[in-house]
Design a binder for this molecule. Structure first.
Ligand code: FAD
Length: 413
């Protein structure tokens, strides 16, 4: 069996793995990425939030992405019947990026991976991890390529960015159920021939069908649009009772008064995909000689598009800490990695839970709008969930509930 020796092995070439491997290479480490599939490949997660731009910039990946002319996302619109709430990231509380992109992930991830290769990272496609063995912080990973050939990769550190492959959580028994109730989604892309000119056609929108059921509409710059329905698993199962996801997504579109005309006649560009019980979690996000990043660690819910932001935040931080450790420093992974990342996860978890209780929807659609509250919520939606100067971050566990209760009691007077 062949053998390779590297400083860091990164599993998976999604956004998380590309950010970490690019940064490791920039800092002169010998890094290898193994990716199970061949790119381009279809993957969900097309609406970014501004915080990701910090990471792509620091990893040196922003100029290549910029050349792709993806659809600019400057905010997001939430619809509930005739009620409309638009967040504009340029009006958010605090500093940070005020725009990002809406991207077909096949093209986006392909661009990232090609750029990482251009930077000199050794990225091997169609090669999957099948086993791993640790001795202290050193590890030997067995990988298998498309021809069935295996080899060993000896690494001083492993970053698992394998997304739903969840390589180390499976191999090291780290899986744990999510704290969120089971939700599922069905999505596809359409050629958006009925798209209106200007902002109406290109603005990303979330149309609320019922408190826990919503439709996403994510227009891309190539004229296609991503459409998906999200709801409790039972609800989504009922929509696709006979397993026909095309019929299910058509039914879902017919439930949206706002979008039924624009999308009822259009063809899906691929058979709609059913993503069942998508939330996942782990018992711990690091261990001796490894860190879990992105969806390999935890995925919450798509409602605030936080997935990629956590994927790149954890990809970048794990790379920085691994560099320090390999340079001989003692790294406190509990404090510097786990506590930090999980703080942001907890903030978003609150917002997601309060979305599905309906409390956050009360705040979004309450009129007249309170500009100060809106700016602070907007900063959270932009992904700046570590800025404790924002009371909507620091007091996330009480502030939404309290304000929603106030609105409800005002209404009942
Ligand atoms: P991925 O992008 O999944 O990349 C992981 C890579 O690892 C894959 O290429 C895979 O092939 C590879 N791999 C897997 N197993 C192995 C193995 N054994 N060996 C080698 N390689 C392996 N996020 C957003 O930010 N915005 C959204 O709008 C959004 N919408 C979503 C909607 C739904 C319904 C769901 C379920 C998720 C959504 N997400 C969204 C989340 C988003 O998809 C993920 O957070 C994001 O893709 C995570 O990136 P990643 O790099 O961790 O993993």
């Amino acid at each position: 069996m062949g053998k390779e020796f590297v400083d860091v092995l990164v599993i998976g070439a999604g956004p998380s793995g590309c950010v970490s491997s690019s940064f490791l290479k920039k800092n002169n480490l010998k890094v290898k990425v193994v990716e199970k599939t061949k790119f381009p490949r279809i993957v969900v997660g097309e609406s970014l939030i501004p915080r990701v731009m910090d990471h792509f910039e620091e990893a040196g990946l922003l100029p290549a992405l910029d050349l792709m002319k993806f659809e600019k996302k400057w905010g997001a619109r939430f619809l509930r019947g005739d009620d409309v709430c638009i967040f504009d990231f340029s009006e958010k509380f605090g500093t940070g990026w005020d725009w990002t992109w809406q991207v077909p992930r096949a093209d986006f991830d392909q661009t990232l991976a090609q750029e990482v290769i251009k930077k000199g990272v050794d990225l091997e496609f169609e090669t999957e991890v099948i086993a791993i063995q640790f001795e202290g912080t050193d590890s030997i990973t067995t990988v298998k390529n498309k021809n069935g050939e295996t080899k060993e990769i000896h690494a001083k550190f492993v970053i698992d960015s394998s997304g739903y492959g969840r390589v180390l959580p499976r191999l090291l028994d780290l899986e744990k159920p999510s704290v969120l109730s089971p939700h599922s989604a069905i999505f596809s892309h359409v050629k958006d021939v009925n798209r209106a000119e200007g902002q109406e056609g290109t603005l990303i929108s979330f149309d609320i069908i019922e408190i826990e059921v919503w439709l996403w509409v994510i227009p891309f710059s190539d004229g296609n649009t991503s459409i998906g329905i999200v709801g409790p698993t039972e609800y989504i199962e009922k929509l696709s009772e006979n397993g026909d996801t095309t019929e299910a997504l058509r039914k879902a579109i017919s439930l949206s008064d706002y979008y039924v005309k624009r999308f009822s006649e259009v063809d899906f560009l691929f058979e709609p995909r059913h993503l069942k019980d998508y939330s996942c979690a782990v018992k711990k996000i690091y261990g001796d000689g490894f860190a879990l990043t992105g969806n390999a660690a935890e995925f919450l819910d798509p409602v605030f598009s936080s997935g990629m932001a956590f994927a790149t935040e954890s990809g970048m931080l794990s790379a920085k800490l691994a560099i320090r450790q390999l340079n001989g420093e003692v790294v406190d992974w509990e404090k510097e990695y786990s506590e930090y990342i999980l703080y942001g996860v907890r903030v978003f978890t609150t917002y997601i839970k309060e979305w599905y209780t309906g409390n956050l929807q009360e705040l979004f659609f309450h009129r007249p709008e309170n500009d100060d509250i809106k700016r602070k919520i907007c900063a959270v939606l932009a992904g700046y969930v570590w800025n404790k100067e924002n009371p909507f971050v620091k007091k996330h566990d009480t502030v939404i509930k309290n304000l929603a209760n106030l609105i409800k009691s005002e209404k009942s007077l």
